[in-house]
Design a protein around this ligand. Structure first.
Ligand code: EPZ
Length: 423
């Protein structure tokens, strides 16, 4: 198993380029199942564990994939199997993304129910509701979702999501593009990753109106083409890198980004006292002498993203005062807090709010990652902690950050990846 050994107290400075987005790569890769013609060439796909897991699933279904650098080639011509096995789905809940495209193309799908999640319940009822609205019959048998279409082809429907769901919106889009008629989706997720999926499907030949908004209209078609496509940047990796500059008192520029997609996060960095300058495709953040306490409430896009909540809590441990952090998306997403407190932070949890008392000097010790963004918050804390911090079980981090220690070391951090054995 790997750990990151971090020597704290070094200010970050310099330039770094953001990787492609993990959370848009996954639905895009799933969408390649919709076309049996030719080979897709996908650029700016991050080399991450979750991407490897997902391509393994597509290979299991019969797709042919080759990954070189950050370019992924996929041909789904020979896909026959319609079963997504537990062994692969349990590794990554986003595997549920194959449900919509498999149903749409083959009229049948058998997908293992996803496993649990470290930060609370993550149901899939909205995914199943959308498929049923589009005419699928869904049963749950021996831990599998059995989905089929009695009439042979999905038919258009109006889908009104009671809760904004990135995954369920993605699945509904990928099913509706091959349904008969025009499907409308209300309260769709408007995250940039879903906007990118819409752009990808349109490039494949789909007709979708409302891209980037919460009201989508999809005209079903009979066939979709394999295309070449360049993925959007990862706004959560970018926010994490900016937080690394802010927490170490440094100044960095992140290139290859679209600042427009990060307005809520950049606004909070400014409230915290940072200087933020943007160009069309870069963001420069300079940390202030003293950070101001800044409350955040994580909500669906375009609000502050839940995937930046843990990183923000780490940053606020150094602010001159008390900050209140609320997560309206995942009410229990606070597994990082006990470990941050072991580094010397003073954070309380009251219902679904974290109260961060700052500034608290942190001192390095061993800490345990529990999930992807929690591990990112521990790395940020290690960058500012006195002495050495060892972040264990970094396989969580590797799911969503491409070469993060290399990027941070290029900016002046001192991080070494080491093997270790757990008792
Ligand atoms: C996506 O997960 C992201 N993952 C998550 O990022 C992110 O935290 C989340 O969206 C919210 O932005 C990927 O894109 C691969 P949701 P997803 O469906 O689609 C409830 C990371 O760190 N809900 O938008 O699973 C759910 O419980 C990961 O990169 C239902 O009730 O999230 C939650 O409260 C972690 N029923 C809310 O909706 C459903 O059927 C939002 O979840 C589905 C969701």
């Amino acid at each position: 198993m790997d750990k990151l050994v971090i020597k704290g107290g070094r200010q970050l400075s310099g330039c770094v380029t953001a990787s492609g987005s993990k959370n848009s790569s996954l639905p895009i890769i799933a969408a390649t199942l919709l076309s049996g013609q030719g080979t897709f060439t996908l650029h700016r796909i991050p080399a991450l564990k979750d991407i490897t897991t997902f391509t393994q699933l597509l290979n299991h279904l019969g797709a042919v994939t080759t990954f070189s650098g950050n370019t992924l080639n996929i041909s789904s011509q020979n896909v026959e199997s319609i079963q997504a096995p537990y062994e692969l789905v349990k590794k990554m809940r986003a595997s549920i993304y194959v449900l919509g495209p498999m149903l749409a193309r083959f009229g049948h799908a058998r997908v293992s129910l996803p496993g649990g999640c470290a930060f609370g319940p993550r149901p899939i009822d909205l995914h199943l509701m959308a498929m049923e609205k589009l005419g699928a019959t869904i049963t749950i048998e021996t831990g599998f979702i059995e989905a089929s279409i009695p009439g042979g082809k999905l038919r258009a429907a109006h889908i009104d999501f009671p809760v904004s769901s990135v995954g369920a919106t993605g699945n509904a889009l990928m099913a509706a593009v091959l349904a008969e008629g025009t499907t409308t989706i209300s309260n769709a997720a408007a995250e940039p990753e879903i906007e990118t999926l819409c752009k990808f499907l349109i490039a494949m030949g789909a007709t979708i109106r409302g891209t980037g908004t919460t009201e989508l209209e999809i005209e079903g078609t009979n066939s979709l083409n394999a295309i070449e496509f360049s993925n959007v940047f990862d706004r959560i990796e970018t926010g994490t890198l900016l937080a690394a500059a802010a927490i170490t008192g440094g100044e960095i520029t992140v290139n290859g980004v679209e600042p427009e997609q990060m307005k809520a996060v950049l606004k909070k960095f400014v409230h915290a006292g940072c200087s933020v300058k943007t160009t069309e495709n870069s963001i420069t953040l300079k940390s202030p002498e003293k950070l101001f306490p800044t409350d955040i409430t994580a909500k669906p896009y375009p609000s502050f993203p839940t995937d930046m909540q843990a990183q923000w809590i780490a940053l606020m441990t150094q602010a001159e005062g008390t900050s209140h952090i609320t997560d309206k998306v995942y009410h229990e997403r606070f597994n990082h807090i006990p470990e941050l407190n072991r580094l010397g932070a003073h954070i309380e949890i009251l219902k679904n709010q974290a109260i961060v008392h700052g500034p608290q000097p942190l001192s390095g010790t061993k800490v345990m990652s529990t999930d992807l963004r929690a591990s990112a918050s521990l790395v940020l804390a290690g960058l500012v902690a006195e002495g050495t911090t060892e972040v264990l079980r970094v396989y969580h981090l590797d799911r969503g950050y491409e070469q993060i220690e290399m990027k941070l070391n290029c900016l002046g951090a001192s991080i070494v990846r080491e093997k270790y054995n757990e008792f």
